[in-house]
Design a protein around this ligand. Structure first.
Ligand SMILES: C[S@@+](CC[C@H](N)C(=O)[O-])C[C@H]1O[C@@H](n2cnc3c(N)ncnc32)[C@H](O)[C@@H]1O
Length: 324
């Protein structure tokens, strides 16, 4: 059975100690009640992964890299490919495990390049990444030696992608709990930096999400929020009727001015939009590690400024804010 002892062992002796019981209850009443039917297969494959100690670990590169190709036999390499492909689709990355390059749907380093220059130094800090996906950005943060990085995301497949990778760096203070931000205790104001990237537009109530983010930050802590936006003036918001770029679960796409006002309304200060840009097919595309449709299929065939449904094409903003 999947356990989270590594996290709880580290958290118990940290600022998060008083919250361990509540976090464990949330896992018991959520995650453990809705286990993915493929989980037993994933766990068997995880246990059979080659036992290897990487001769290098590189966090500060486009592809997070564990070990080198010379460390594995052809047979081990094929075993790695087959095991990792079991967790298809790989959306966030790339990763390189012993020469196996996981060319993910997203070139996630492009987002990290837009975000990282605005993040306060993470050395010795407590960091929370809400909607962390398979953990790509958390690995990128490791270069700065934070005290503890916790990612939460309800996806059990992403949890397993994270675990497969972490097998080769078990000692790093980096953890993943399969929880939603709604599941977090609302008095856990313990994190110096909170990331929420690509989550706000999935929430039916953006204000509840912004409040959850604030609840997790220490006074003076920094929020890094990244989300889909539209061009427009203050109070302009797109609420797509039906799908947006083929996604069913997209609710609120504010203009930048609206997003800033929402953050101020929920009590954040020093709110600044530090980056706005269109998502390009060079950044999000199908690969052999993500064989489903991708951005090129979601854009209007006659007008790449529009989605297939006729909405404005995906444009994302990075916003930085402080908790007073
Ligand atoms: C578009 S992906 C973004 C992943 C990553 N943060 C990034 O920016 O590339 C959205 C992620 O948020 C997760 N998610 C959706 N609703 C969530 C919630 N309420 N709490 C935490 N994670 C959530 C999804 O499972 C998914 O992995």
């Amino acid at each position: 059975m999947l356990a989270f002892e590594d996290f709880f062992n580290q958290a118990r002796d940290s600022r998060l100690g008083p919250y361990c019981e509540t976090l464990n209850s949330a896992l018991q009443s959520g995650f453990y009640q809705h286990l993915n039917g493929d989980l037993p297969d994933w766990l068997d494959t995880y246990k059979a992964l080659p036992e290897l100690v990487p001769d290098k670990i590189v966090f500060d590169a486009e592809a997070i890299t564990f070990g080198s190709a010379e460390q594995v036999s052809d047979q081990q390499r094929q075993q790695l490919v087959d095991s990792l492909q079991l967790l298809h689709p790989w959306r966030k990355g790339p990763f390189n495990l012993f020469g196996v390059h996981i060319d993910t749907e997203w070139r996630s380093y492009l987002k990290w390049q837009r975000v990282e220059p605005h993040v306060r130094p993470l050395g010795g800090k407590y960091v929370l990444d809400i909607g962390c996906g398979n953990g790509y950005y958390m690995w990128r943060m490791m270069n700065q030696q934070p005290r503890l990085v916790l990612g939460i995301d309800p996806s059990q497949k992403y949890l397993m992608q994270f675990r497969f990778v972490k097998k080769y760096a078990p000692q790093v203070p980096l953890h993943y709990l399969p929880l939603r931000s709604e599941d977090l205790p609302n008095d856990m104001a313990q994190f110096d930096t909170v990331f929420s990237m690509g989550v706000l537009y999935h929430r039916r109530s953006p204000f509840d999400h912004l409040e959850e983010l604030g609840n997790c930050l220490v006074s003076g802590g920094q929020l890094i929020l990244e989300t889909l936006v539209i061009d427009g003036e203050i109070n302009e918001v797109l609420v797509p009727t039906g799908r947006y770029a083929q996604m069913r679960n997209v609710w609120f796409l504010p203009s930048c001015a609206t997003l800033k006002a929402w953050l101020e309304r929920t009590g954040f200060i020093n709110v600044r939009i530090v980056d706005v840009g269109r998502t390009r097919v060079e950044e999000q595309r199908a690969t052999e590690w993500m064989r489903f449709q991708s951005l090129a299929n979601y854009l209007h065939p006659d007008d790449p400024d529009l989605t297939v449904e006729g909405h404005p094409a995906p444009q994302r903003a990075v916003v930085i804010a402080d908790k007073p």
